[in-house]
Design a protein around this ligand. Structure first.
Ligand code: COA
Length: 194
């Protein structure tokens, strides 16, 4: 799935211990992207506290990395009573990496994760003037039906299948292996080894 990413990029799930990477990514967002992501102007302190809390129970955050730096993220979390099977998704991509197809791939991963967790409705935190996010969501109208008045998408066939579970496991396995390789390389460089 990562084949279509900008060169050197990879998408994988973030680990709980990576809250500081998430905070630094959010702090790098330009003012307009911050506004679009958080539906208004937010302070650095707000973003730092938000990043700490974001890894709550059941949250799944996919990250887009380039050379070990987190440049984009997609959050998915269940909301409301379990029986309603509703989730909420939100995306943030640093300006330099916007309009390179990263948001599309993050949405694909988020949809797969939502489906595998039986979520039926996905709320997208999206301002009415955010045309790019709306265009992005429309690309997936076969999998999501959107009503932009209420910004709720219905996930098509919200049931895991053996194939959808395998797709997520394969994507996770690839992300984990690459993350380990990346970490090893940085440790080797740091220790001066060639
Ligand atoms: C909104 C956002 C997630 C979209 O991700 P992205 O990586 O920039 O989007 P993609 O490159 O995957 O493009 C998705 C679609 O948007 C449309 N699009 C891309 N760039 C666009 C632009 N500059 N203007 C208008 N539409 C654009 C295209 O239809 C595109 O699909 P296509 O390339 O197949 O035609 C990203 O720009 C972002 O993080 N913005 C700041 C925060 C934000 O708005 N978050 C959303 C609310 S939670």
């Amino acid at each position: 799935m990562d084949d279509q990413l900008p060169r050197g990029g990879l998408i994988r799930k973030l680990w709980v211990a990576e809250a500081d990477l998430y905070r630094d990514h959010l702090l790098r967002l330009d003012l307009q992207s911050r506004r679009s992501r958080f539906a208004g102007a937010v302070s650095d302190q707000f973003l730092s506290e938000y990043a700490e809390l974001a890894f709550g129970i059941d949250a799944i955050i996919h990250g887009f990395f380039v050379d070990g730096m987190l440049r984009g993220a997609a959050e998915l979390r269940p909301v409301g009573p379990t029986a309603r099977r509703e989730g909420e998704a939100a995306f943030s991509i640093e300006k330099q990496w916007q309009s390179h197809g990263v948001g599309s791939l993050l949405l694909e991963r988020t949809l797969l994760a939502a489906r595998n967790r039986g979520l039926k409705f996905l709320h997208l935190a999206c301002l009415a003037d955010n045309k790019r996010m709306q265009q992005l969501a429309r690309k997936y109208d076969a999998e999501l039906s959107f009503d932009f008045g209420t910004v709720v998408g219905e996930v098509a066939a919200p049931r895991p299948t053996p194939l959808s579970l395998i797709r997520e496991i394969i994507a996770d396995g690839h992300g984990f292996a690459t993350a380990m390789f990346d970490m090893q390389s940085r440790l080797l460089v740091g220790s001066g080894a060639r």
